[in-house]
Write a protein that binds this ligand. Structure first.
Ligand code: SF4
Ligand code: SF4
Length: 466
């Protein structure tokens, strides 16, 4: 036996001489003591007596994927895992993002859609095609729940599309015992209690609002299209709606500078709404594609796309400390994040013309669409993305391979002059952050177990990037 290539060991946690073992393939998380760790340190050459004494523990670690018999088995299990991710489908939920319009009332300075912006809305005919396509796909694949995220542009510029599609899908799903819910990803400027109340009857459960700071810090990045600030009105809308629906906040930050973000979190606390808000998502600004027809003319290459950049992990650590001090739990970050472009059955994004995409950052570039709601089959671009298999260029013993599989294809495109075929490696960042993420996962599972008084789960959830 040997320790799998895909096992990470976190030393002296939660206490000295205790160790966390985490498998990036099975997502098993197991705590062991010093005596068992000593056994693992010489697991390739154990004498028969030790093998017998620790048989039960070693068997448990084998089943959890922490141990494997040999390198061949390790690689075989990795290949089976990657093939299951590529061709398997999670039937428990279908994630669909729908652009109700490509128009936006704000003109954010870094918006990746701005260079290909049009004012086109999702019209009635296309809405009908979207509904037809969704019903066919759900029936064909047998999903037990549908989760729509309305996106844009600014989705609230076309509320009629939200009403129409939600009403139709809610009643169709109800008749078939399929769970239905939807969320809104909005800039928050047009959010009102009346809209929230109306949408809740149709299945709204979550609103995600993007913000960049307090007052001028926000307004300089996210002004109105015709000029003028937006912060005061958005905060007013959040306060008016925060008791009606779960509001999550996405906060972008520039290279190495988390001060505006920190001020915003403090501001939420001063206003008494920090703990009423839902999940927080923090993302560094990333490069975006060029204008329509010229996607390789990348914009913003100086921002935080380089995982060798220590500023990225420093910022992630500071944010984690900040939120922990405020008593806000962040997602662990150790999840399977294989690029959805490379998966046969991952969720889709439907644009205002009815085109299908797998990556929101490629919106506005029809050459990267993988199909159209007017056809039930995906096109050859889908097959191109799915079969890139860039992981074959990575070292087979990379610890992160099961959860990374060669990395984000967008980052490959922007970092390699329009080439999707190069691994985009986050290894330096993951080496730095993985122990942190695993500790966070352990804290989360321990809190859940204490709350439910039930054993902690060994298998985690797969995350999806849309
Ligand atoms: S952002 Fe990257 S990982 Fe996510 S879908 Fe796009 S290409 Fe894939
Ligand atoms: S891109 Fe880097 S981290 Fe990802 S699998 Fe390849 S070598 Fe590992």
């Amino acid at each position: 036996m040997k320790i799998s290539f895909h096992t990470i060991i976190v030393e002296d946690y939660p206490e000295k001489d205790q160790f966390l073992l985490y498998s990036t393939r099975t997502q098993a998380l197991i705590k062991i003591d010093k005596a068992l760790k000593n056994v693992l340190d010489r697991v390739v050459s154990l004498d028969e007596g030790t093998l017998l004494r620790y048989e039960k523990e070693l068997q448990h670690l084998y089943q959890a994927g922490i141990l494997v018999n040999d390198d061949n088995e390790d690689i075989q299990k990795l290949k089976t895992h990657l093939s299951r991710i590529k061709f398997g489908a999670d039937k428990s939920q279908y994630l669909v993002t729908i652009l109700t319009t490509y128009a936006c009332n704000l003109k954010c300075t870094y918006c990746f859609e701005e260079s290909s912006r049009t004012m086109v809305k999702l019209d009635d005919d296309t809405q009908k095609e979207v509904i037809r396509w969704l019903k066919n796909r759900i029936t064909e694949q047998g999903y037990s729940s549908l989760n729509i995220n309305y996106y844009g542009g600014e989705p609230l510029l076309n509320p009629a599309a939200i009403d129409h599609i939600s009403e139709e899908m809610q009643s169709w799903c109800r008749e078939r015992n399929i769970h239905f819910r939807f969320s809104l990803q909005t800039n928050g400027y047009l959010l009102t209690p009346d809209k929230v109340k109306r949408f809740k009857k149709l299945g709204l459960t979550n609103v995600r609002i993007s913000m960049d700071g307090v007052g001028d810090d926000h307004d300089k990045f996210r002004p109105l299209r015709g000029g003028g600030g937006t912060f005061d009105r958005i905060i007013g809308n959040i306060k008016d709606c925060v008791d009606l629906v779960k509001i999550s906040i996405s906060i972008g930050y520039d290279k190495g500078d988390i001060a505006p973000l920190e001020k915003l979190v403090n501001y939420f606390q001063e206003q008494g709404i920090l703990h009423k808000l839902g999940q927080f998502a923090f993302s560094p600004l990333i490069p975006s594609l060029g204008p329509k027809g010229e996607p390789q003319k990348i914009r913003g290459t100086q921002c935080m796309s380089n995982s060798h950049d220590a500023a990225l992990s420093q910022a992630a650590r500071k944010i984690s400390e900040l939120m922990a001090a405020k008593g806000v739990v962040l997602p662990s970050g150790m999840s399977t994040s294989v690029c959805p472009l490379t998966r046969e059955h991952s969720g889709v994004t439907i644009d205002q013309h009815g085109r299908l995409y797998r990556c929101n950052s490629l919106l506005g570039h029809p050459e990267f669409a993988i199909g159209d709601v007017r056809s039930d089959n995906y096109n050859s671009q889908h097959v191109f993305f799915r079969d890139l298999d860039v992981w074959k260029q990575c070292p087979t013993d990379c610890t992160y391979m099961p959860m990374c599989s060669g990395g984000c294809r967008l980052m490959s495109f922007v970092g390699n002059a329009g080439n999707f075929r190069v691994p985009s490696c986050k290894k330096p960042y993951l080496n730095e952050m993985a122990p942190e993420f695993i500790k966070r996962e352990y804290q989360k599972l321990t809190a859940q177990r204490n709350k439910a008084n039930a054993p902690a789960k060994n298998e985690g959830q797969q995350a999806i990037c849309t």
